[in-house]
Ligand binder design. Structure first.
Ligand code: F1X
Ligand code: MN
Length: 447
């Protein structure tokens, strides 16, 4: 039987296409990230010594040696190796490697430059975790922590603007009309969308004096939203209210990055709860450090604590409110090994049925960020006009919406000619983070 990486003749993005964005990422970006990780571990040598003595130093050396070997395997296109640590997901990863090998056929071994980009990129982050797990004293060290905390502190000004907006609204939220609520909803949905922009500086001001408000900048960013299904997201929320259901409305947010983006997500979640549009928010994060800036449980708790401790009245008031939501169970944080695996989401029902069942209990699921979009669409070379519903290939646990700035060259659901027009004007429109989508799919059949 012919086995390959195509679905309906649509191939997976892969570094085997020389010059493609996937190729450049594997060739340049991933080794750079590994070098930074090695440097970070080395710079923390003294800390490891203070905490664990000589054992800490040995662990630092051993982890660095494993990571240098990993970088060499990547750069010389060596075969992808099975994992050897003790995490609960090892079997699943190793089975996935076999699955990839079957797709590859007998001719070639699965390797960095030949296999699907999504797979090898996820695998790199899992191997970083392996290098730490195999060296127990430093297993819990988060190699990306410094960057995440720095991005939080650098965007304080924009956070203050958001929390001030939130507090202003909270005061008379019960008196707002449906249309006023919908206006606030659209704004905060867009703030959470642009929070995914890679540079984190949504408020254009670079200096630390006058900052442009992340709310005010929404108008000028609007033309860069290529697909805007926000009215369908709103209708979904409203219809759950109008349906006369007695149960509480639950919104799940599949988080992406820590720092400013996480705060925009928490502000949106706060609005949903305090307006009564939702009664319960489930946040889904990663169980270990992932794709440099993704949220882990520690980041989630740290962020709320930092907000509470902030030296600004509305920021700390928001932090206290969020801590209460967590205490009362109105907000809950969840992680599942599936989020740090390479599977496309259409595999979830079969490969992580418990997680799929969890999402089925939501009234709406918001997927933040670029990587989640790649997994929603299988990271394939789809034609721009293919429907989102088609690209999801049966993944529809609940009504869902992707909030994503474009940082990888996969995009579906555009109007005829829209993608071609953009390509003729800006070669990097799919990877610069300048454009964005709010793309919705109902849980029903084809819309
Ligand atoms: O998911 P996010 O945080 O929005 O983006 C993740 C990302 O930076 O990593 C990949 C490239 O290495 C791309 O998918 C994307 O640009
Ligand atoms: Mn991310």
């Amino acid at each position: 039987m012919a086995a390959d990486h195509t679905v309906h003749g649509v191939p997976s993005l892969s570094a085997k296409v020389v010059g493609s964005f996937a190729y450049l990422t594997v060739k340049d970006r991933l080794p750079t990230i590994l070098t930074k990780v090695i440097d970070t571990i080395h710079r923390n040598k003294n800390k490891f010594f203070e905490e664990f003595g000589e054992e800490g130093i040995q662990a630092e050396k051993a982890a660095i040696s494993l990571l240098s070997k990993l970088r060499n395997e990547l750069q010389t296109d060596k075969p992808v190796l099975p994992l050897t640590d003790d995490l609960e997901d090892v079997d699943s990863w190793n089975q996935y490697l076999q699955r990839q090998q079957r797709l590859e056929g007998d001719q070639e071994l699965v390797s960095w430059f030949k296999s699907p980009w999504l797979y090898v990129e996820c695998y790199m982050y899992r191997r970083i975790q392996e290098a730490l797990r195999l060296n127990p004293p430093i297993s819990d060290f988060d190699v990306f922590n410094e960057g995440k905390t720095q991005s939080f502190f650098e965007s304080q000004q924009a956070m203050i603007v958001l929390c001030t907006y939130l507090e202003g609204m909270r005061k008379n939220i019960k008196e707002l009309s449906k249309s006023q609520l919908s206006e606030h909803f659209n704004k905060l949905l867009q703030v959470a969308l642009w929070g995914n922009k890679c540079d984190l500086s949504i408020s254009a001001g670079q200096d630390n004096s006058q900052k442009v408000s992340p709310i005010d900048s929404l108008v000028s960013l609007k033309p860069f939203i290529l697909v805007d299904h926000s009215s369908m997201v709103w209708s979904t929320l409203i219809s759950t209210q109008n349906s006369g259901r007695t149960g509480s409305v639950r919104v799940d947010i599949v988080l992406d990055n820590a720092g400013f983006e996480l705060v925009t997500d928490l502000v949106l979640a706060d609005f949903l709860v305090s307006s009564g549009l939702a009664h319960e928010i489930h946040f889904h994060g990663k169980s270990f450090p992932w794709f440099v800036s993704d949220v882990t449980a520690k980041d989630f708790q740290w962020t709320i604590r930092q907000m509470m401790a902030a030296n600004h009245m509305w920021m700390s008031r928001s932090g206290v409110q969020w801590q209460n939501y967590v205490k009362e169970g109105v907000w809950s944080y969840h992680d599942h090994p599936f989020w740090t695996q390479p599977h496309e989401f259409c595999d979830m029902a079969a490969d992580a049925p418990d997680l799929y069942a969890t999402l089925q209990a939501a009234d709406l699921v918001l997927f933040k960020g670029d990587l989640n979009y790649r997994k929603l669409t299988g990271d394939r070379d789809w034609k721009y006009t293919v429907g989102f519903h088609t690209a999801l290939r049966g993944f529809r646990p609940a009504p869902l919406c992707s909030l994503r700035t474009l940082k990888a060259n996969v995009q579906v659901g555009l109007q005829p000619g829209q993608g071609e027009n953009l390509s003729s004007q800006e070669v990097d429109w799919m990877t610069s983070g300048k454009y964005a989508i709010i793309q919705f799919n109902s849980s029903l059949a084809e819309q």
